[in-house]
Design a protein around this ligand. Structure first.
Ligand code: GRF
Length: 209
């Protein structure tokens, strides 16, 4: 069983796709051990509570400096002992110590086809504004591992979405979420859970020899 935690900052529609995926069996061998937000007002926390998932807020506003927040955030993550950390609309730069401690065990959903429209300053609607300004005919979403860079980790999955002449940043964001993000993030977690389960079975067999 893959134990995951989901880090959120906003509305939590990607979190909801994960919750629904686990409940409906689209995401197998997975348990959501907790949801952590940096934003006490994030509706994503309501989504977690409604689903009976432990919800925590670790807000930078409650700490005197960045280091104190980083330490408290990492302590909250460690207390849940996740196999996988999922960043779903999470707008906080992760502490370096956390990336080192969870190497290849943190994934993120980004609302473009990386390497387009990504990196510092490209988040939320800004990504779609840039895609429309450039005039691309296709955009989409990417799930990738998180490393020390911004949106630079190894790509796990991508899904393309057509850009319509009539699109606004809001209409494009909605279609990318519906047709790409909410599809590939659950699929990526299901795939990682399958590998995790196979590894566990293999280790047990090895241990029995
Ligand atoms: C989405 O555009 C997602 O791609 C980005 O954050 C935005 C909000 O996501 N990572 P959510 O509704 O909070 O999951």
């Amino acid at each position: 069983m893959l134990k995951i935690i989901v880090c959120v900052s906003g509305g939590g529609t990607n979190l909801q796709a994960i919750i629904d995926g686990v409940e409906k069996g689209a995401i197998r061998n997975t348990r959501i051990a907790g949801v952590i937000s940096n934003n006490a007002g994030a509706f994503a926390l309501e989504r977690a509570r409604k689903a009976g998932i432990p919800a925590y807020c670790v807000s930078p506003k409650d700490y005197g400096n960045r280091q104190a927040f980083n330490d408290a955030f990492l302590e909250q993550v460690n207390s849940l002992a996740p196999d996988l950390i999922v960043l779903a609309g999470f707008l906080v730069i992760l502490p370096e110590k956390m990336i080192q401690a969870y190497r290849e065990r943190i994934i993120n959903i980004h609302p473009s086809l990386i390497p387009s429209f990504c990196g510092t300053g490209f988040y939320g609607l800004k990504v779609h504004e840039a895609a429309l300004a450039r005039g691309v005919k296709v955009t989409g979403a990417t799930v990738h591992y998180v490393d020390e860079g911004t949106d630079t980790g190894r790509i796990i999955a991508q899904k393309a979405v057509e850009v319509l002449e009539s699109d606004t940043p809001v209409s494009l964001q909605r279609r990318v979420m519906e047709q790409a993000e909410w599809v590939i993030l659950p699929m990526a977690i299901d795939r990682i859970a399958a590998e995790h389960t196979e590894d566990s079975v293999h280790k047990k067999r090895e241990g029995c020899k």
